[in-house]
Design a binder for this molecule. Sequence first.
Ligand SMILES: C[S@@+](CC[C@H](N)C(=O)[O-])C[C@H]1O[C@@H](n2cnc3c(N)ncnc32)[C@H](O)[C@@H]1O
Length: 205
Amino acid sequence: MDSSAWDARYSSVEHPWGSAPAAALSARFAELTPGRAVDLGCGDGRHARWLADSGWTVDAVDFSSVAIELATSGGADGSIRYSVADARTWEPSGPVDLVAIGFLHLPVDELVAVIAGAATWLAPGGRLLYLGHALENFTRGVGGPPDPSILPDIDDLARAASGLRVRELSHLVRPQGDGHAIDILLHAQPWSGSPHRSLMDGVRE
Ligand SMILES: C[S@@+](CC[C@H](N)C(=O)[O-])C[C@H]1O[C@@H](n2cnc3c(N)ncnc32)[C@H](O)[C@@H]1O
């Protein structure tokens, strides 16, 4: 979908994804120390707002100008800087402590490139969280995009996380209507320090 199709969607439905954050993301955000965050494909800002309310400063980016207008319509939050920009080319001005990407769906190789690129923005100790609809949702789940070419599988997110320390890479099943939706989560961070000694701390050989 191009940005005008997203604009039309945001113009026709209020809060198409609800105003509460996705629980799988907010639970993980809550474990982190607030710092600088990027919300890529932020939509009308439910995750950016949650992060700002929790003490983060947030760069929130979406290529739908209608989504960004909606995100800012309740008044400016000084902790959030919204930008209308394409997630495939936008970059932050410096290192960040968290990149959050919720339900951004692109042709899978493009999504892999966006996630891998976003990981290079992370400061030491920073975290990358991607949550989206899984490929399996197309055949086994309900809701989500009816196009398998934009739905990532575990292998795709493993490619995106190549070179990172992967904390979680899994399917998450959640109730939706009469059925279940199948999401996919990647939680990763850069490897830190110079390796062997610190990794082996506390481990007996
Ligand atoms: C399903 S919505 C999710 C919005 C938000 N992350 C959330 O979870 O509430 C997907 C969002 O990705 C945005 N998007 C899709 N492709 C994009 C791109 N290439 N660059 C920036 N935003 C994009 C859409 O405009 C839309 O707001």
